[in-house]
Design a protein around this ligand. Structure first.
Ligand SMILES: NC(=O)c1ccc[n+]([C@@H]2O[C@H](COP(=O)([O-])OP(=O)(O)OC[C@H]3O[C@@H](n4cnc5c(N)ncnc54)[C@H](OP(=O)(O)O)[C@@H]3O)[C@@H](O)[C@H]2O)c1
Length: 219
């Protein structure tokens, strides 16, 4: 959710001597997860921070959710976070920080935005966050989730652009009156909490689901 830097740009930065390692993988597959774990296994030094950010949102009515959409949603939003974390666990630093990118949709719904599948997957990610905080906390590893409100990204634009014009206008009016701070999020609105959770300043912060949503879920 942070400033969107596509992998090719990161790779270019690395070629210019900017440091860092990049790997491109389809995390919706076990082969992709294994490739990332293998890459890390052969990299130098343990990982300090793991952000499980990749996600997909099918906002379709409950009665028309297909099995394929269900599988895709769980593969990326839940299974990837679960098995990537499991595979990388031996390679995490003693005081590593794991940050799962959840969503307000785990607990709060929007009229005419059918979210049964997406909400279920983000609810599962919240449960994973809390259970892992409890289970691997004794190793010194912290596990938290960020639950953003609506943020202006490609994902949002894709789901909104698919709506009929009247529904888009209705959604815009709903958002304007529902967000106490009067607007949806920008990607940089999420940066501060991510930096905090990744840092030693959050050394005693674990098992939290942090709503960063302009006050939306306060109501
Ligand atoms: N936007 C919102 O309003 C909002 C609100 C709450 C929570 N979230 C959550 O925030 C996270 C980021 O969403 P976003 O809004 O930034 O969505 P986005 O613009 O669609 O970006 C999705 C991200 O997931 C990656 N991704 C997608 N499929 C993948 C796959 N099979 N394997 C590996 N990576 C894959 C994409 O990689 P590429 O860049 O390489 O395509 C991209 O980095 C998601 O977990 C989403 O559920 C978003």
């Amino acid at each position: 959710m942070n400033r969107p830097i596509r992998l090719p740009k990161l790779a270019a930065r690395k070629r210019r001597g900017g440091g860092g390692e990049t790997i491109s993988a389809d995390l919706a597959t076990s082969a992709g997860i294994d490739a990332v774990v293998e890459h890390v296994r052969h990299s130098s030094g343990p990982l300090d921070i793991l952000v499980n950010n990749a996600g997909v949102a099918f906002l379709v009515p409950f009665e028309s959710v297909s099995e394929d959409q269900f599988q895709q949603s769980f593969a990326l939003n839940v299974t990837a976070a679960f098995f990537l974390t499991q595979g990388l666990l031996p390679h995490l630093a003693a005081a590593a920080s794991i940050i799962n990118i959840s969503s307000y949709f785990a607990n709060k719904m929007i009229p005419k935005r059918p979210s049964s599948l997406y909400s279920l997957s983000k609810g599962a990610l919240n449960s994973l966050t809390k259970s892992l905080a409890f289970e691997i906390g004794p190793r010194g590893i912290r596990v938290n989730a960020i639950a953003p409100g609506t943020v202006d990204t490609a994902m949002r634009r894709r789901t909104v652009d698919n709506l009929p014009t009247a529904a888009q206008a209705e959604l815009k009016a709903y958002v304007e009156r529902s967000y106490p701070l009067g607007r949806i999020g920008r990607t940089r609105d999420l940066a501060g909490i991510a930096v905090y959770l990744a840092s030693d300043e959050a050394a005693w912060t674990s098992g939290g689901i942090f709503a960063i949503d302009g006050g939306y879920t306060a109501g």
